[in-house]
Write a protein that binds this ligand. Structure first.
Ligand code: SAM
Length: 327
């Protein structure tokens, strides 16, 4: 039985946060001074692999490993190996801040990982540090090159565009991506979780397009039906993706659920409702109980997500950092 929600949308994609820990402190995601959860309820990786297996049995074919920072988890390579052996996964990807990718890229590829998305918000060391709290730009660039060399393809770079922070770097970032064999996607800053200074930092898709207009050739057809990005061909060759969760919502083609690092299935990024897997994972519980949790989370998907209190400087939907939801 496949997973269809009340609005006829099929769930085919699971984002899996394997840890809420992160070695960066990007101010829009996990601000400095904010404690990282030390919840005893964090799932272990074998439990997460079991949940993934059940989800794949219900028709999920795309898995993204995320966090927190998934590469700070000491078991990440073994986890990739376990999950890559599950028959039925067509796309196994990982999102990372890239700081530990140079050490792990070859092992991840050998373990069966298909591809990586690397978050990179600035090419200027001082800005990178101001955003993330760490002086790690060189390590991220080394990670990007290691991923390309290891054949983790297509290699994608994700940039959250923020006014007065990195919005003057977009043309340079297009050149950087081309020089490093990567596709680049510009993402609107979302008023979610612990995002700070949202109202003054938000840059809309229309404005992003204006900034890179001289480099654009033509809009391209969507790559896949559930794709959150729209793509433009670049005059120099290659393409750029735009992800516009705020100005141009994509709820009508949403195909995903999220598994949080503390064992909850989250029906929608922006809504608070979650389905707790704790009972379904108790010794003696059947896999059918996990399948029922997938069905309950699917049934709980709203027609449209809501950014509560989006007009305010501090988002109200702040019960969870993006680091624990997985972005
Ligand atoms: N550590 C990994 C990484 O850096 O990609 C995975 C987790 S991170 C939470 C996943 C993605 O969420 C990153 O690309 C990050 O930039 C994005 N993100 C976090 N908070 C965001 C926000 N308020 N608006 C837009 N994107 C956000």
């Amino acid at each position: 039985m496949k997973l269809y929600d009340r609005y006829g949308r099929q769930v085919t994609y699971l984002r899996v946060s394997i840890t809420d820990r992160c070695n960066l402190r990007c101010f829009y995601c996990l601000p400095r001074g904010c404690g990282i959860s030390t919840k005893p309820l964090r799932l272990d990786l074998s439990e997460i692999a079991t949940i993934v297996r059940v989800g794949v049995g219900l028709g999920i074919g795309k898995i993204r490993i995320t966090g927190g920072e998934p590469l700070v988890h000491p078991g990440v390579v073994d986890f990739v190996r376990d999950v890559s052996r599950i028959a039925g996964i067509a796309d196994l990807a990982l999102s990372t801040n890239g700081t530990l990718l140079a050490e792990h890229a070859e092992d991840l590829k050998a373990a069966g990982l298909g591809r990586v998305n690397v978050s990179l918000d600035s090419l200027r060391p001082a800005v990178f540090r101001a955003v993330s709290g760490r002086n790690d730009l060189n390590r991220v660039v080394a990670g990007i090159d290691a991923a390309a060399a290891a054949g983790l393809a297509p290699l994608k770079l994700n940039v959250v565009v923020m006014r007065g922070v990195n919005d003057d770097e977009l043309p340079a970032m297009l050149d950087f991506a081309a020089a490093h064999g990567a596709q680049i996607r510009f993402i609107e800053y979302m008023p979610l979780g612990l995002a700070q200074r949202w109202a003054s930092s938000y840059v809309s898709r229309a404005e992003i397009l204006e900034r890179i207009h001289p480099q654009l050739a033509a809009e391209l057809p969507r790559h896949q039906p559930g794709d959150t990005a729209t793509y433009y061909a670049l005059r120099s060759g290659g393409e750029v993706g735009l992800i516009s969760p705020v100005s141009c919502r994509f709820c009508d083609r949403c195909n995903r659920l999220r598994l949080t690092s503390d064992g909850k299935l989250r029906p929608c990024l922006t809504s608070e409702g979650e389905v707790d897997l704790r009972d379904a994972l108790k010794p003696g519980a059947s896999l059918e109980a996990i399948a029922d949790s997938f069905r309950a989370a699917t049934a709980g998907r709203p027609a449209r997500g809501t950014y509560t209190d989006a007009a305010n400087e501090e988002p109200a939907n702040a019960t969870r950092a993006m680091s624990s939801i997985g972005g």
